[in-house]
Design a protein around this ligand. Structure first.
Ligand code: SF4
Ligand code: SF4
Length: 267
């Protein structure tokens, strides 16, 4: 279901579009769409549909206009273009000089502003920030001339809000709001910024409505162990109303958090 909703959020609005984006069978997609519809996360409109959780689409006829940010900021491996370096195929006054044979990624790329999910503060040529949706993530890439812009307003609040919506809707696993800022990578968990998340994943529990304690996994087994311990923390929270969580962000969440220890902790 996760891959289907990300495909819808990324702009797929028909069965054919979702099929192309996910590679899933029609039956599986139909089941996922039905489940999303029941959860009021998706609305059918004629032959198509749209996700209800992201902001309503804005003007449908937006154009890139003066913007060439994705030919400058994003990495396009097929064009041997590194991140934050203007593509060698881009010429001022001409634009893309290999337009008819440009790589597939260039053909299919549509940023969230162009899709109408963001207002004009986010116009990439002005903001220096490109947002695009992929199956399991909101991807944010920042121009190296303004590496900290994403931490400023109105950007940070909107990114935090999206991150929270994703976490609340999809749960603790598999969802990400990822920021690439120069050589640095960040994962956003509401208002909590996780620097340099690992490829194995980040486990987290809420501390407040908008902040989280996190642990970066060092292996798939570590991630599994973290999720088991977090499940235990959540059970204890449910039973006792609170649970002690260790301070060290990179260590496993060790005791004291088992019920017996917690009881003695509370007494
Ligand atoms: S970043 Fe968005 S608006 Fe700018 S050129 Fe790319 S798709 Fe168009
Ligand atoms: S190949 Fe063309 S469309 Fe793709 S990044 Fe380079 S200039 Fe832009």
């Amino acid at each position: 279901m996760l891959s289907v909703i990300r495909a819808v959020e990324a702009g797929a609005v028909t069965m054919k579009g979702v099929k192309e984006a996910t590679g899933l069978s029609r039956l599986k997609i139909e089941r996922a769409l039905n489940a999303l519809e029941k959860q009021k996360l998706l609305v059918r409109e004629g032959q198509g549909f749209r996700a209800t959780v992201l902001p309503e689409a804005g003007p449908p006829n937006r154009q890139c206009g003066s913007c060439n940010a994705c030919c400058d900021i994003l990495e396009v491996a097929a064009a041997e273009k590194p991140v934050n370096q203007l593509c060698r195929h881009w010429h001022a006054g001409t634009g893309c000089t290999i337009y008819d044979r440009r790589p597939q990624m260039c053909r299919s790329f549509v940023c969230a502003w162009l899709q109408g999910h963001l207002d004009d503060d986010w116009f990439p040529a002005k903001s220096g920030i490109i947002v695009h949706f992929s199956q399991d993530a909101v991807n944010v890439t920042v121009d190296d001339h303004c590496l900290n812009r994403w931490r400023e307003e109105p950007y940070f609040s909107r990114l935090s809000e999206w991150s929270l919506k994703g976490i609340r809707r999809i749960g603790n696993r598999g969802y990400a709001t990822l920021v690439v800022s120069g050589a640095d990578r960040f994962l956003l968990l509401g208002q909590t910024i996780v620097p340099e998340p690992t490829l194995f994943g980040t486990a987290f529990v809420p501390l407040t409505a908008e902040t989280f304690r996190f642990w970066r996994a060092k292996s798939p087994e570590h991630l599994q162990r973290l999720h088991e311990r977090i499940a235990e923390i959540e059970r204890i929270r449910l039973e006792f109303g609170s649970c002690t969580i260790p301070d060290e962000p990179d260590d496993d969440p060790y005791p004291p958090y088992r019920p017996a220890l917690l009881r003695s902790n509370l007494s």
